[in-house]
Design a binder for this molecule. Sequence first.
Ligand SMILES: [Zn+2]
Length: 85
Amino acid sequence: MTNYDDTNARALERGHQQHLDDISGVYESEIPERSLTVICPTCRRRQDSESVTFRGIEEDMQGRDVLTFDCPVCGAKMVESLVFG
Ligand SMILES: [Zn+2]
């Protein structure tokens, strides 16, 4: 069954490569230079800004960054939080 084993090994190799490609794509497009956290006002959970669904960012009166996001923990939509570096 040598042929079968070779085919199976190649299929695994392709799957592994595809997985690496997916991860690198995420890193390039969504992860900022430094780690930032936000606190969901609904469930009070502190989370990486990378793990929430980004909707927008703006500054408050004091010039602090306020992130608008969907919370993956409690499902709250378009909630806002100060960004903590
Ligand atoms: Zn939440």
